[in-house]
Design a binder for this molecule. Sequence first.
Ligand code: SAH
Ligand code: DHB
Ligand code: MG
Length: 221
Amino acid sequence: MSHEIWSTVDEYLEKRLLGDDVVLEKCLEAASKAGLPEIQVSPTQGKQLYLLAKMIGARTILEVGTLGGYSSIWMARALPEAGRLVTLEIDPKHASVARGNFALAGQDQKIRLIEGPALDSLATLEREGFCDVDLTFIDADKQTTPQYFEFALKFSRAGSVIVVDNVIRDGRVIDQGSTDEGVLGTQRFLETVGQDRRVEVTAIQTVGNKGYDGFALALVR
Ligand code: SAH
Ligand code: DHB
Ligand code: MG
């Protein structure tokens, strides 16, 4: 079993279950042309986030880590007209590409992008009284995931959903000798979230055109 077959199967699923998406293709092209790293969620994962948002009838979504706005657009599409998505991005170039893509996808009215270190933006949102977030997608610097998760909980209500991306990273999550800050952050997160009485949680390993990784899924009590 190799990356090659995972990718080919992903293409098979994409073609049959997702169909052509000219707008999102253009968004990916814009991101690629601007030299952004190609680390956005895959199309099938993007649609999973979209379906999840729809399943829970999300009206307010928070995303930590925008990149070129690919996952933001998938989730924003699931929102009703009056719904809102707030997304946080530290890199001005990424933020600029994302803004262009939000306009291209006709989602700019629903999306608020806050540029800067996410911990600062989250503190600002807290001061503003930001709350009632139905779905949070945590997908930024992995060493800070535990703190992002705490903020997500503050903004949540009973029944809110929190998704954390990249918790497996080719299995590196089980490397007890790891010195990688990202891996250590994910390990700290998984070790504490499992004991956290405020949530019910699981994690799922995934393969596909993004390799071998996975996500954690938490439901706020
Ligand atoms: N969610 C995106 C991918 C995000 S990649 C998608 O699937 O389409 C991770 C992003 O987090 C990068 O753009 C990176 O610049 C951003 N990031 C890293 N550290 C950050 C921080 N401290 N605050 C905010 N964003 C950060
Ligand atoms: C990386 C970050 C991500 O959010 C992702 O989905 C894949 C890779 C990275 O930093 O390498
Ligand atoms: Mg990710």
